[in-house]
Structures are given as C-alpha cells and as structure tokens.
Write a protein that binds this ligand. Structure first.
Ligand SMILES: Cc1cc2nc3c(=O)[nH]c(=O)nc-3n(C[C@H](O)[C@H](O)[C@H](O)COP(=O)(O)OP(=O)(O)OC[C@H]3O[C@@H](n4cnc5c(N)ncnc54)[C@H](O)[C@@H]3O)c2cc1C
Length: 396
C-alpha cells in the first residue's frame, strides 16, 4: 500500500534527524572546507572513509530507508520512484557522509544489472548485499584503447573445461582498491564482429592474478586505478549473462550511469555562491553577473534532473534528457571553477591558511574529469545529435 506522502516525508526527516545533524546548522567557516571532486586519500584513508559511508548505508538499509523502489526480497519497500526522490531531497538537508562514486556504482548501476541478468544464485548472493553495500563493486570496463568505443575491449576470457581464464589490462577503474568485486567486459569470440564477441564476468577483486595499481591524478589522489588480470581463473558461475551477449549486459550498466547526474556539482556550486556572500569584499558587476549566472544555471540543472526523474517515473527511457543533464552538470562544475577563480584570485594557488580558500583547488582540478567520466561530453553531444536532432548516426 502507498504511504501518505506527507507522512512518508515526515518519517524520513525524523529518521535522518536521529542519525545526522541538519546541514544548514553549521556556520560558515566551521567544519571541513573540502570541496574535493575526487578525494585525495591514501589507501588506508580510502578504506576508512569507505567503511564510514558503508556504516551509514547499512544503517539506512536496516531502518527501511534503503532501496525504497525495490521489492521486499531485496530489502526494499516496492515504493514509487517519487518516494525515493523525496527521500533524496530530504537527505540533502542533513550532514550525512558524502558518498564516493563507488556507492552509486554499486547500488544504482551494478545491483540492477545483476538483478536483470544474473542467475538465481547470483541474484541471491549479490543483489541484496550490493544494495546494503556489504559488497562493493567496480566497473572493469575501460582499457587504454577502449573507452568511448567500449566494444573494442581486448581483455580475453577463454574457456578452460568448465571455467574461464581471464587475461588483460583495465584502466581508470574507480575505487578498485576498496571494491570486493569487479564487473569485467571481456572478449570471448575474437572472430565475431566486435559487439557480438563479448561476455561479462563478476571478478572477485581478491582472486589470484588480479593486481590493482593506483593512478596518481592531478588532484594528488588516486581515486582510480589500473587493474591487471593475469591468468585469473573463474568458474562459469562468475559469468553474468549469456556468453557472447556481454554488450547487452554492459549497456544495462551504461544506461543507468547518466541518470544520476541531476545533482552532480550542485553542492559545490551552492558553496561557491556562499563564498561570494562571505568573501568580505564588494563584488564588481562582472563577478556579480557570473555568480548570478551560476545560480540560474543551478536551477536549470535541477529542472533537467526533474525531467529525467519524471521520465523514469513515467516508465520512459530518459536517454536524451540524461545526456542533457550530464552536460549541464559538467558545465555547472566548470562555471563554479570560474567563479571561485574570480573570487579568490591568487588565494586559489598560494595557500593563505584561511578556511574555504585554497581548498577550492581540489574542485578546480577535479571538475574536468567529469567531462570524461561516464561518457565524454562529445559522446553526449553525439547522443543528442542522433536522438533529438535526428542527424545521421556517428560512424563509430
Ligand atoms: C574520473 C574518471 C573515472 C572513471 N572511472 C571509470 C571506471 O570506474 N571504470 C571504467 O571502466 N572506466 C572509468 N573511466 C573511464 C571512462 O569511461 C573513459 O575515460 C571514457 O569513456 C572515455 O574514454 P577514453 O578515456 O578512452 O577516451 P577516448 O574514447 O579515447 O576519447 C578521446 C577523445 O576523443 C573523443 N571521442 C571519442 N569518440 C568520439 C566520437 N565517436 N565522436 C566524437 N568524439 C569522440 C572523446 O570525447 C575524447 O575527447 C573513468 C574516467 C574518469 C575520467
């Protein structure tokens, strides 16, 4: 039965108030001034922070506020998407741990893909555990010559009796250091056309032959990694979906990837507007204009996010709306960088030891990554050119 909407929101707020402080309660200049887009953590810090976020996710799941739209067998309440969106909005009012990308990847990309393509055994083993984040998953998709053109992957999976042997090299794998399982797109039929010879596997990240090497990013941290697969032996129960139909499985993951950009970057945009308020110097008309522009575009991005949500609620594929949303999000992030550069000047590059100044470097250096992650800006433009403008298909 559907809950009374106002009562649902009130209950959500009451539960959140029991586990977290209200976000607005902290005065400007107090608490953490981190605006990192990609965290600058050591291996140990990444593990500790992941455990902290996981503890919140597990508490949320156990209190009945986890996968609200999912059926009860997976720990959900079979509620409409509108309830999940309402919970998210209320959650934004509270100072809950900021999720790293591993959490939406696990809960919103991989869990639904296992639920759609997995065997009964895989669903039992992984779906609930991923929604509760007992198991954290990473995407072993990209390779050095297979990013936008993902179907060009060369990592091989070869049948060995009743199992498989995997050999290859994945790159840009976010969160591989803390992931329990990786979803790997592999070539199983080298003679078939490139989209037809792929199979997807669930690879335990502690399996012999799996080596994770962090990649140092310009922000200083290593939120993504190279992953080497050398003679990794897996049973056939690790295969996700039918042999040689991995492209369809991968598309299920990719389809969910862009749905989540509705609020991406908005928290930092709001923080930049606050910075303008608190900078303590009068803003000239050009800077005022840039700040007002950022506020306006934040509203436009929120509206675009609502269109994606409305399409999902109506059961439509929000592919084009999601691409617009992703482009607006990366644009918001770039304009946020521009506003803080105007406001902070040299304080952005030489640390004046003041709260909320030099810390913005982590936003400025991290933001461009989102023009690439989850499908580049150019690929989003291609999607819009084809699906919205009806232009001829990209040759790739
Ligand atoms: C922060 C971050 C996190 C990531 N996390 C993961 C992860 O967890 N797992 C994973 O598997 N991958 C991950 N990636 C990799 C990401 O998916 C790829 O970087 C992305 O798909 C682009 O691929 P590429 O880097 O090989 O660039 P390429 O595909 O080689 O593109 C190079 C340039 O050419 C342009 N281009 C390519 N094809 C076309 C075309 N048809 N039309 C017009 N322009 C085109 C691109 O837009 C780009 O500007 C991550 C990347 C980043 C930046």
């Amino acid at each position: 039965m559907l809950p009374d909407f106002d009562a649902f929101v009130a209950d959500a707020r009451a539960w959140l108030a029991s586990v977290a402080a209200p976000r607005g309660a902290r005065p400007w200049g107090e608490g953490s001034d981190s605006v990192a887009v990609f965290e600058n953590w050591t291996d140990e810090q990444e593990r500790a922070q992941t455990d902290r976020i996981r503890a919140y996710e597990q508490a949320r799941f156990d209190a009945g506020w986890g996968p609200l739209t999912w059926p009860e067998e997976y720990g959900g309440r079979a509620l409409p998407v509108s309830c999940a969106l309402a919970f998210r909005r209320v959650e934004e009012e509270f100072d809950v741990p900021r999720r790293t990308e591993m959490f939406p990847v696990t809960q919103q990309l991989i869990a639904p893909t296992v639920a759609q393509w997995g065997t009964a055994e895989q669903k039992k083993r992984y779906v609930r555990a991923m929604l509760r984040t007992d198991v954290i998953a990473c995407q072993l998709f990209s390779e050095t010559e297979a990013g936008s053109d993902l179907a060009a992957v060369r990592t091989k999976a070869v049948r060995t009796g009743d199992g498989w042997r995997l050999d290859g090299h994945k790159v840009w794998t976010s969160g591989a250091r803390v992931a329990d399982v990786g979803v790997a797109v592999c070539r199983t039929d080298p003679d078939a056309p490139k989209h037809a010879g792929l199979t997807v596997f669930l690879v335990p990240m502690d399996a012999p032959g799996v080596t994770v090497r962090p990649i140092r990013q310009m922000t200083g941290g290593s939120s993504f990694n190279e992953v080497y697969l050398d003679d990794v032996r897996l049973g056939d129960d690790a295969r996700l979906g039918p042999e040689n139909e991995g492209w369809r499985v991968a598309l299920t993951v990719l389809a969910s990837e862009r749905l989540d950009s509705g609020i991406l970057g908005l928290q930092n945009a709001d923080r930049a507007v606050e910075l303008a308020r608190h900078r303590g110097t009068p803003l000239d008309s050009y800077v005022r204009d840039r700040v007002a522009d950022l506020v306006t575009r934040g509203y436009v991005q929120r509206l675009a996010g609502m269109r994606v949500a409305a399409a999902v609620v109506a059961g439509r594929d929000p592919g084009a709306e999601a691409s617009v949303g992703k482009l607006l999000a990366t644009d918001t992030m770039a304009r946020t960088s521009e506003v803080v550069r105007l406001l902070l000047g040299p304080d952005l590059t030489a640390d004046p030891g003041q709260w909320g100044t030099y810390a913005w470097g982590e936003h400025v250096l991290g933001a461009p990554g989102y023009r690439i992650a989850g499908g580049t800006d150019e690929i989003q433009h291609n999607i819009l050119a084809e699906r919205v403008l009806g232009l001829p298909r990209d040759r790739a």
